[in-house]
Design a protein around this ligand. Structure first.
Ligand SMILES: [Mn+2]
Length: 322
């Protein structure tokens, strides 16, 4: 049965897409993030939270015979975009598990392509970084610092030409939350384009919840649907230390999880991506637990705890993780 576009997302089956890439980062440990999260029982956590889940496609980066890292990421992005597009066409809700954050190019290029006949894609980019480098501005030339620029149509053709060529996101449909470590060239590009960036100072002043609610209003105003790309490094390292590039002074897990619950009831919410989880650094599994809490908050079925109040809801999330 083909699910209709208007079907509430909570009634859809979640398809977990593995984006096994670490080649876009300096430290490749994120390549194993998706398999580690699956091993830690993430599908079960979602099932306990009332959702139907299936094991979706697996895209694996392959550096064999590649010219350079941009070439590896470009080819991987084409594979991932096709995998995620297939999930969307089958009426399933994608949960993409990275992978370094270069996986966002494939994920959102694929989703934008399927959504295009109905309208534009909106995206909330939760991240300690701006990920808005191009090969011209990046000192490290690491592709995981480039995915947002690429999705906005700037940078190497290997990254901007995935699926249709050119930008997959309009600046007016894009919001970044939590940025606190970036280079001037990235800030300038996003400012010139007119992307709304809620830097960490603003998030600290206003709280993550109000920022996320405003971001949702922006990314859903002129689009046919919207999603969230959540870089684990947006969280404070105290809550989520096992990430490629931790930055002090981040978003608290409880605040982030409470805000992501907004996604549940929104029929225009398309899917979630989790990036930059490095299980090789996850001694004790604390970061995996944090990710379970985020994913369940975002995708869990509202009827499981809708009448329970936030404290009990959070206790249930803790139960799910345990
Ligand atoms: Mn990132």
């Amino acid at each position: 049965m083909k699910a209709s576009a208007a079907m509430p997302s909570l009634l859809k089956t979640i398809s977990i897409v593995s984006a096994a890439i670490g080649e876009g980062a300096g430290d490749g440990g994120c390549k194993y993030g998706s398999s580690a999260l699956l091993s830690s029982g993430l599908a079960r956590s979602l099932a306990v939270a009332g959702r139907l889940v299936n094991a979706g496609p697996v895209a694996v980066a392959d550096a064999m015979g590649a010219h350079d890292r941009l070439d590896v990421v470009g080819r991987f992005s084409v594979d991932l975009a096709e995998a995620v597009a297939g999930v969307m066409r089958r009426g399933l809700q994608p949960l993409v598990l990275g992978g370094d954050h270069s996986c966002a190019i494939g994920t959102w290029s694929g989703i934008a392509g399927v959504l295009a006949p109905r309208g534009r894609l909106g995206l909330i980019w939760v991240d300690a970084h701006l990920d808005a480098h191009t090969p011209q501005t990046s000192e490290s030339n690491a592709p995981h610092g480039m995915p947002l620029a690429a999705l906005l149509g700037h940078g190497s053709h290997a990254l901007t030409g995935v699926g249709a060529s050119g930008g997959k996101l309009r600046p007016s449909d894009t919001v970044v939350i939590g940025a606190r470590s970036y280079e001037e060239a990235e800030r300038r590009l996003l400012e010139q384009l007119g992307v709304r960036v809620m830097y960490m100072e603003e998030v600290r002043d206003r709280g993550f919840g109000p920022c996320f609610a405003e971001a949702r209003a922006i990314v859903s105003a002129q689009t046919a649907g919207w999603g969230v790309s959540f870089d684990v490094d947006a969280l404070d390292p105290a809550d989520a230390p096992a990430t490629g590039t931790p930055v002090a002074g981040g978003v608290g897990l409880a605040q982030a999880a409470a805000a992501l619950r907004l996604c549940r009831a929104d029929p225009l919410f398309l899917g979630l991506e989790i990036a930059e989880y490095n299980p090789l650094k996850d001694y004790g599994g604390h970061t995996a637990q944090a990710i379970h809490a985020l994913v369940v908050a975002c995708l869990g079925c509202a009827t499981v705890d809708v009448d329970q109040g936030r404290a009990q809801g959070d206790a249930r999330i803790a139960d799910v993780i345990a």
